[in-house]
Design a binder for this molecule. Sequence first.
Ligand code: PMP
Length: 283
Amino acid sequence: MKIYIDGKYYGEDDAKISVLDHGLLYGDGVFEGIRVYNSRVFRLSEHVDRLYTSAKAIALTIPMNEKEMEEAVAATVRANNTQDGYIRLIVTRGRGSLGLDPGSCDRATVIIIVGDIQLYPEEYYKAGIKLVTASTRRVPPECLDPRIKSLNYLNNILAKMEARAAGALEAVMLNTQGFVTECTADNIFIVKGGRLLTPHPAQGALHGITMRTVSEIAKKRGLECAESAVTQYDLYAADECFITGTGAEVMPVISVDGRIVGDGKPGPITLQLTEDYRKLVAA
Ligand code: PMP
């Protein structure tokens, strides 16, 4: 494995950053998870764009422009000879003093790791997964805007632990007003009366690239698709439900907090979108 750090490649054992990097000390940084399908990086410019927007929101200067970043990602994929894989692109605040003031960090650290991903076994795509609502709420935008894909995932990790403790694979996270936001690392959709609904990013969700891609696919199929407020009641009353993310792709949901979604099997629209999404990424 060849790992890119600040313009150079290192083997897995030699790829190291300083213990004084504020990415480690404070989770001060931003990242992207990106897929490679058939040697092509899926929606690279959208991911790089979101990375730079996240960086801008936390006043982090990335020491290269977007085009150079896209080239660095593509070059790292080539260096690893990756046909199908997962890219973790990270920009940390860089090495600084022990205090949290980012002013002590001279230069951001850019890391590109190209590896594998298998978030969920294949059988779950046919059988669907169970969700539970976590008591851990999504950090409100007044505190840290969830559209920033930052290195601070503790909130989501705590919710994920709740899911695992409850015997579910994923957790639904509510915002502090009680509206559904997303899952711990995936967006969520419901289907009701042939119409798709997903929580609006302003409710406290990351503006997912898979979510946008699935909305485009659905619209091409003539399905109405809206970003709006979604409640727990809407989840319980949904005809179908699924989650979307770069790693998970389109994953059917068959129960939420013990309420069976639809007839307890992945719904027809969900299965169609799962298939359409796989065709699109492979094309
Ligand atoms: N929400 C959160 C909190 C995430 O971390 C992610 C990325 N895994 C998503 C949603 C899905 O975003 P995308 O489709 O861009 O991967």
